[in-house]
Design a protein around this ligand. Sequence first.
Ligand code: HEM
Ligand SMILES: [Cu+2]
Length: 562
Amino acid sequence: MAIASDFRTCPTTGLKVHLPAERLIKANAVAAVVFLAVGGLFGLLVALTRSPWAARLLPADWFYLALTAHGLDVLIVWIIFFEMAVLYFASAVILSSRIAAPRWAWTGFVLMVVGALIVNVAVLQGQSSVMFTSYVPMKAAPHFYLGIILFAVGALIGTFVFFGTLVVAKDEKTYEGSIPLVTFGALTAAIIAVFTIASGAIILIPTLLWSVGIVSYIDPLMYKTVWWAMGHSSQQINVAAHVSVWYAIAAMVFGAKPLSEKVSRMAFLMYILFLQLASAHHMLVEPGVSSTWKIFNTSYAMYLAVLGSMVHGMTVPGSIEAAQRAKGYTKGLFEWLRKAPWSNPAFSGMFLSLLIFGFLGGISGVVMGTEQINLIMHNTLYTPGHFHATVVGGTTLAFMAITYPLINLIFRRELVMKKVAQFQPYVFGLGIMGISLFMMAAGTLGVSRRHWDITFSDAPLAFDYPAAAFLMMGLNGLSAVLAAVGGLMFVAVTVGSILFGAKIEGGAPAAKPKAAPAVAQYGSVQHPAIPGTVVLVAIFFISFVLYYFVNWKYLSEVWPLR
Ligand code: HEM
Ligand SMILES: [Cu+2]
């Protein structure tokens, strides 16, 4: 049973905060930020090495080592630690419940820390530069796989603590009606996480045994297929988590309710339903599956999975517009947006995340996910260009944005360096837009992915990329510096606030609890009018159709028919 002294009442929201849950959220968020800083530094070094003006900054072996460490530390360690914090927040805090099994949650946390340290040591020792995809027959040291497995087991434990907390909250009736949308979104992320981690175990445990020498052979095609059952799903966890964060910020900053709770829930469910159908885009040039199936899958079926995100892409700004219009910002199409709190990093970060994810990540994803046009950019820098728009512009920026209110609500500290915080999402967002666009442009010009030396200076056969490609890679390097500065600003503000921010008092339970804030309620807004959002959506579709067409035109130029 919950003990009353284990709770405090949040003075801002009136939510009951379980202190053991709060401590877990803090620990996971801090671990996340530490690994973001480490991984971001590796990313900067990689991007500089790839730029013509700092080419060969890292020698070849260090380049591949840094690229491996970069991918692991940011895409796996930073994001998943932060997701644990999101899961505990979306269950215990939003539902005013005690957290289930805090000891287990700490066990999971310790396993994740130990696993992350082991992988980093393995990579830094130099025998495991296999990229974070670790395709066989490249072989890493056994502890490389072991570290990832320990980390995953820890994350699985955390996921079960989340499920347990939902059960506890329901049993102890800590909330009324249905769970709110943010918790529902986190639930879809957690369900996908179980599938992801199971696929990870199926592929990584045999690979560990192979690396030790117990298993003699792992089929590369089979490896790649099962690996992507994990790899693709894990990206869907990120999307479900950051979309939940969008809704949470819309509710926290604007008091916004979803346009339709049911439609948004359906959109989350689509992520689960069409998860595997969409993962075909990772096998587009692999033998084993017929071209007919690939073309059918990526020309039609893919849109079922994309639809979920398109719904959220409309309903999140729509719910903000509805909330703003209800407050009287009704002039013209866009007064609601112009008068939004652009100097609040929670809002600006969230809105930039939405735009970058939708316009850059979404459109490039569909283009690259189409079997036929994929072939003109397959395995070029277009791929990292695309996914930096999704996992950095989308997920990472959304997580950064919600960190600011969490510092007030969970760490109970005021932000230090408020001006720096205010500009941080713009600096980081601009940098990420740059690296995303310039890598995509370079990829369209043919620059290959994961290649150490863009000048090919010691290649026995001379080869040159078009001059424009060097320009793009130079601009990519500059954008990387900007993104790194934005990342540093984030780390400085968050760490500074946690250590030195003024304490926010107010722990005593309020005599009369306030009404639950929007983020903790189930229910849709009544009679929304969202003309501005409709225009934004129209701009999105026009950009999408034009860019899609341009790429088919490029394709037709590859094989001119006369
Ligand atoms: C300062 C910010 C960042 C910069 C400058 C940066 C730069 C880069 C560059 C240039 C590459 C491509 C290298 C190549 O293929 O040759 C790359 C790869 C990658 N980045 Fe980032 N990145 C940043 C942040 C992030 C974040 C936050 C994430 C994840 C959330 C991320 C995930 C990845 C992944 C998964 C790869 C692929 C690694 C591989 O091919 O094995 N990056 N990054
Ligand atoms: Cu995928």
